[in-house]
Design a protein around this ligand. Sequence first.
Ligand SMILES: Cc1ncc(COP(=O)(O)O)c(C=O)c1O
Length: 445
Amino acid sequence: MNKLQKRDLQHVWHPCSQMKDYESFPPIPVKEARGPYIMTTDGRKVIDGISSWWCKSLGHSHPRIRRAVKAQIGKFEHVIMANTCNEILVELSERLCALMPGLDKVFYADNGSTAVEVAMKMSLQYHAQTGSPQRTKFLSLENGYHGETILTLAASDCELYSRPFAPLMTWIPKISDIPYVSGPDSKAWGHMSPSAWKEIELNLDKDAGSVSAIILEPVVQGAGGMRIYSPDFLGKLRKWTKKNNVHLIADEIMTGFGRTGKMLACEHAGIVPDFVCLSKGLTAGWGPMSAVLCTDNIYKAFYADYSKGRAFLHSNTYSGNAIAAAAALEAMKIYDDEGIVAKVAKQSYELRRRMEWVASETGALRNIRGVGYIVAAEICDPYSGKCFPAEERTGFKFYQNAVKYGALLRPLGDTIYFLPPLNTPAKVLDDLAEIAVKSLKTTLK
Ligand SMILES: Cc1ncc(COP(=O)(O)O)c(C=O)c1O
């Protein structure tokens, strides 16, 4: 352990970590980061194979975003967003509202969890103010993940993260029997079983009059295990919500901005939800910013004389932060100028092919699935084909070996995945796959 790592562990409490693990495997000492690489203080180059928790969609230190941020810092870095406006935020909002027809208003917060919570609060308040105060329930999907606040943990289905807080959590029922697929080539991608849908619909109908909104990650569920489900199912859920005056909140925090080969994953199903939550790729990982897009219809339910008490009085200090907004605006221009989304759609197969190669070289992966620039699989015993018991922490050992060989591939339990920046060169993807092979072989030796 070097000096920096020792000092770090004196005071820093790292997120989503058992701190004791750092005794044997200290934090990676970061000096710089460029493109798909993180450079360490001890002179190593580590490929960021998961885009730093899925946000560095254009890699590290993109020169155009760096310039845009510098230019903004020269003007102002942050001004209260209530009661002010500025050119950058207006242009960003115009571009965001052009992403989906009908989503014409945007509300800013400063992280993904809060964006989901904002959408839930808006939905609840909307119904209370439009004659349906009984609509106080939410539904979400099994294996979903929507953040770390108490309400978004309740909307999520990740017991590992929520267990200690269960006494505080409101109960949000989970829609189960989701038609999972391995990717766009699966039969159920465009056509889920009608009888399976019927069953789900019957259950939904029981709550039709009391639900405010359904919250879901469209098509890919990230933290719940990189699971991909049929866009046909998403389309059917959308029809059901429309028919029953229930909102649909699409949490595109991980899937948005090209990650699945469409600008927004909802496009796979050809739907427009009532709310879209964005973060991560919004600023290409440059700053804490999130946005909630919603329809004019929702906005109008809050628009009245002040004395009516209808305003949406949610406030975050850093709403609309100017540095993050400058990064977001430039990122959106880059997505356009460089045709990023079309490239991802075209090269998706190339990423998947590399995970398939890792599987064939090691025999230690099962259930490969992928869409866009996401591909995932479970580590398994090459001899029996079975998964390992969770307490063996095979994924964690894989992670440690991968770092030693030069890639940051932090798995979800024993689910490993590649989720690199959307502009990662082919050669770096080759290196990533080779490192994954070596790491698996060392882990399972
Ligand atoms: C789908 C989804 N929703 C919400 C969040 C929470 O975002 P944040 O970590 O910015 O609060 C995440 C983060 O990984 C996410 O993947």
